[in-house]
Design a protein around this ligand. Structure first.
Ligand code: DC
Length: 219
């Protein structure tokens, strides 16, 4: 029996992960956050000071795996749960930088396709509708203005100690957008057959409702 695959792509902070997680729960699908895989690879590269020219060899021997507990993804690096460790601004930037290397993308591509072959999934990332799952049943391109995305991230982080300034968050978002859109391999872009949802003027509930409607019309 073939599985149902839903691809959600878009820039950092557009709300992909929150909306995808909520929607997957409602549908009883698995939510796959591919950004976490790139973050885990970046953490490994950072922790082991691996130079760019050695990514291919180094990543061949590292085990990056996912477990889904009540539909929620945990990510493991050589058996160590790194789900929280990968959520720092430094790893965000390093994941954006290192994900431009074909050796890094090739290492994660098979894993992503295998999960989608074996499960009904909502998979989010940058190249899911264009490269990883070109035959996905539904493709959504979720976006919002950089200012709005920075504002949301700032609100999210403002309770925490060491919260970066709004300006720093906005600059990081603009830099990451540029890197993700301008790399040669699998850049962030809308698939021709994806539906664009701009959440700049929508709250979370409205965005999720819109996406549920789009999925409902196609499945
Ligand atoms: O979604 P995220 O912010 O956790 O992703 C971190 C970085 O990983 C992002 O800046 C680019 C890279 N990435 C990618 O190249 N392809 C994907 N499918 C997902 C993430």
């Amino acid at each position: 029996m073939s599985t149902v695959n839903i691809a959600i792509d878009g820039p950092a902070g557009a709300g992909k992960s929150t909306i995808a997680r909520m929607t997957a729960k409602q549908l009883g699908y698995i939510y796959v956050d591919t950004g976490a895989m790139y973050r885990a690879a970046a953490l490994y590269i950072r922790e082991n000071n691996i130079p760019d020219c050695e990514f291919e060899n180094a990543l061949e021997n590292v085990d990056i795996s996912l477990k889904f507990i009540d539909g929620v993804q945990r990510i493991y690096l050589d058996g160590r749960d790194v789900s929280e460790l990968i959520r720092t601004p430094e790893i965000s930037m390093e994941a954006s930088r290192t994900s431009a290397f074909p050796a890094v993308r090739a290492r994660l591509f098979d894993l992503q396709q295998k999960i989608a072959r074996e499960n009904n999934v909502i998979m989010d990332g940058r190249d899911i509708g264009t490269v990883v799952l070109p035959d996905a049943d539904v493709k959504i391109f979720l976006t919002a203005s950089p200012e709005k995305r920075a504002e949301r991230r700032f609100k999210e982080l403002s309770e925490k100690p060491d919260c970066p300034s709004y300006e720093k968050i906005l600059n990081d978002i603009i830099e990451r957008d540029y890197q993700d859109m301008h790399r040669e391999t699998a850049p962030l872009k809308k698939a021709d057959d994806a539906v664009t949802v701009d959440t700049t003027n929508l709250d979370l509930q409205e965005s999720a409702e819109k996406i549920r409607r789009i999925i409902g019309e196609r499945i």
